[in-house]
Design a protein around this ligand. Structure first.
Ligand SMILES: C[S@@+](CC[C@H](N)C(=O)[O-])C[C@H]1O[C@@H](n2cnc3c(N)ncnc32)[C@H](O)[C@@H]1O
Length: 287
């Protein structure tokens, strides 16, 4: 099994293709989790958000905790053996392969991301774990999960796959049609597959939290990062079209299969993200 305590491929020097003068989503997220794979521009973009939403680092931690619970459910309770983590981010503690392969040492995990720094770290991992693969790919490219995609070189399309889209769809603009992208993924999956999604949530104008959602979105989109949209519950639920939602549905992250008493959000920011898991039904259900 891979050692997840990655070090930068060439410590101190950014990998080829990484523009350190501009904030990058994966690196800003890494900074929010207390990681070391980020640069000044990333920390500045994070600071601009923390100025008005100091709970955003807690949002990242809640998102990772959600991922751990969902993976334990999918690899353990349901018994899925293949995982596609799309918009995977930089390796941190408890990555998808760490959790899935702890439950099932033969679980196969494909990571996909469009950030060159993520790919560089992925190559390090590739050398240590033959059941884990990092691919460079952009979710907005229709070919990335098409019939000729390299994803299917590593995953058996005829067997169930769990696709994890953790905190990535809110980085895709409406013009990229996030719902259409998920629909294409779902179409490619065999029955018995799962799709797990977390997404920033705008609870709507009637909610006292609406204004903060809009303000944080402006910071994300306008102050260096260029993306980070808060969408409505209806929009987020639409990403599960054609899937059967697993209980308890699309809910605040800590309400999804809590492993103990729910720790209520301590800041408004922590309330502004939802997560859910959907299953593609069919005769080939996983037991
Ligand atoms: C906020 S991080 C989330 C990481 C991880 N999924 C998690 O939930 O902890 C979002 C990741 O999505 C990646 N990403 C953003 N847009 C993408 C795209 N169009 N295609 C592939 N990856 C993308 C970023 O590079 C970043 O690594």
């Amino acid at each position: 099994m891979a050692d997840s305590s990655f070090s930068a491929p060439d410590a101190g020097r950014p990998p080829a293709g990484v523009d350190t003068s501009r904030a990058g989503i994966a690196r800003v997220y890494d900074a929010s989790l207390g990681g070391k794979d980020n640069f000044e521009a990333d920390r500045q973009a994070l600071d601009a958000v923390l100025e008005i939403a100091p709970g955003m680092c807690a949002v990242s931690r809640r998102n990772r905790a959600w991922l751990r619970r969902v993976l334990r459910y999918l690899a353990g309770v349901v018994g899925v053996e293949q995982f596609l983590d799309a918009g995977a981010g930089l390796p941190t503690v408890s990555n998808t392969h760490d959790i899935a392969q702890l439950v099932n040492p033969w679980a196969r995990v494909v990571y996909l991301d469009n950030d060159p720094m993520v790919s560089a770290h992925g190559r390090v991992l590739l050398e240590t774990n033959e059941d884990t693969v990092y691919l460079h790919g952009d979710l907005t490219d229709p070919a990335v999960l098409g019939p000729d995609s390299s994803v299917w070189r590593y995953l058996d399309q005829d067997r169930p796959v769990a696709v994890v889209l953790g905190s990535v769809l809110h980085h895709l603009p409406d013009s990229a049609d996030p719902a259409g992208i998920v629909a294409r993924v779902v179409e490619a999956l065999s029955p018995g597959s799962y799709v797990a999604i977390t997404h920033f949530w705008d609870p709507g104008e009637d909610s006292p939290d609406h204004e903060l959602a809009r303000e944080v979105e402006r910071r994300f989109v306008e102050k260096g990062l260029g993306s980070g949209w808060y969408r409505t519950r209806a929009e987020i639920e639409s990403y599960f079209a054609g899937l059967e939602l697993i209980d308890p549905g699309v809910v605040p992250l800590d309400e999804w299969w809590p492993s103990g008493p729910v720790r209520p959000p301590e800041t408004t920011e922590e309330r502004l993200i939802l997560g859910g898991v959907g299953r593609k039904s069919g005769l080939l259900a996983v037991q």
